[in-house]
Design a protein around this ligand. Sequence first.
Ligand code: HEC
Length: 112
Amino acid sequence: MSGRRHALLALALVAASAAAGAQVPPAEAAEAGRKLYVSSCTRCHGINLVTNGIGFDLRTFPQNDKERFVRSVTNGKGAMPAWGATLKAEQIDLIWAYIGSVNGWKPAASAP
Ligand code: HEC
């Protein structure tokens, strides 16, 4: 039953890295961010960031302006509602990681 043992080991590793919190590896952060994006943002910003004409085209968001991203998402902008009461700062970070992964941003340049 080594297959089962490997599955359990993998599960334990995922649980351990999730418990590490802030040190979530980028791939896992992007995946967690993708889920948040799908449930909160897709309806206005489109599937995989491909704008449906309602919200800003997030494929063009400047990589070097995370501060603006966090501010606009937290407080809202124009027709976009504020997310500060719905999403925690860590969750907004995860969505940022997801957007970076879709846009192919290099990790070094996306540092604040
Ligand atoms: C109800 C529709 C709607 C939803 C849902 C929505 N947005 Fe938006 N978003 C907009 C619109 C409209 C704009 C353009 C606002 C403007 O510049 O007037 C926008 C703009 C933005 C911008 C650009 C802000 C700037 O500084 O120019 C970002 C970043 C953004 N949205 C992120 C998100 C994220 C992340 C989510 C999910 C948590 C989300 N939006 C959910 C409608 C929406």
